[in-house]
Design a protein around this ligand. Sequence first.
Ligand code: FE2
Ligand code: FE2
Ligand code: FE2
Ligand code: FE2
Length: 408
Amino acid sequence: MAFNPLDEQGLPLQAQFRNWNDLNVAPYDKDKVDPYTRTRVILMNGVEVEAIVFSHQFARNTDNPEIRNALALSRRVEQQQQKAVNGLNPGDQTPLETTIGFEQVAVDLTSWLARHEPDPMLKQALDFALLEDFDHLYRYANLYDLIDGGDATDLTGRLTEITPGRPTILEHRHPIDDVRGHYSTHTVDPLSRLHVMTIVAAEQNTMNFYMNHGTDWIEPIARGLYAEIAMIEEQHVTHYESLIDPLDTWLKQLVFHEYNEVYLYWSMLQQESDTRIRALWELHLDMEIGQLHAASALLRKFEGVDPEEILPPALPDVPLTFEPNKQYVRDILESQYDLRADGVRYVRLDELPDDHRYFEYQATVNAGGTPSETVIDETRSERGRDFRDESEGPNPIDSLRRMVEVKD
Ligand SMILES: [Fe+2]
Ligand SMILES: [Fe+2]
Ligand SMILES: [Fe+2]
Ligand SMILES: [Fe+2]
């Protein structure tokens, strides 16, 4: 049934403050949690962080006291929402275990978005970076095995395969090869706008997480791997944010942010298996509807634009869903493994001229060894094999298969 948040009342923004007990939520049990509940928590934390960072940037770029006050009010609530969501992560879940959750988000969120993306240009952008995050999952799973003796499938629940993607060592590109062309705000499918805003928030929070947790370890291999992959997440944020039309006004962008939060909480609650957490998604949906009305009032007052003019008549029919995408990832790996970027274009590796800046950048950053390769070499020498979870068979790319088959 069509759901139009503009027709719903929601919780009025003025009634949204909560107390410390509400924010200090009981965490989930990391051994019992549905892996996709963990990914929903990671995603929605990233979406709240984006709402907060965007609001701060807006506040620094407007001289209108009424808008600044309205932003301070809604931002305080977004901060409370972020605490209530992020607080679901338990303290005995190590940063590396959370990291494996982040890359599972990246794989299954990106795949789902790509499968449902109507614009071929945007689908290509998603498929391109998908293979890179898929490889990160493999690298971190090996680090987890190597330094903690951990089994990453305890975290992924075998819902997402673990095997090499486009190898991380090959993902390092010159900065200008990560800047894409953007959609037009006047013609973009509303679904595409939601997709791009969601992946920007998710990748940005992965970037932030690795920026801040990369030094939580003593082992040089762990510190090196986080430094290396953090730089790819910088590339991914550059890549995805460049898809957004920068010509929307700040107020329109604010309305789009609130609308996307509505869409995502509405999506999360429909698939949530944990009834306690489902109640939080429901509450936050109600709150976001109230925030959407507050943002819409500003848009009406200061730009004379009704929200109906820039928003679709209803939310998408299908909620954004975390589910396995194993065959989809395999198909993309098989067909796009050797894609590279040349400015705004995607090309095959053999189409890049020998003097392309890609090779020069590669030679600079990979001089003296590359942690994403070292972690595999060290795991192989310690365990006699690298760590994989290939439930659907050997890796579709010959050169990414295990050289020696091992029995696990
Ligand atoms: Fe929010
Ligand atoms: Fe990643
Ligand atoms: Fe990424
Ligand atoms: Fe919001």
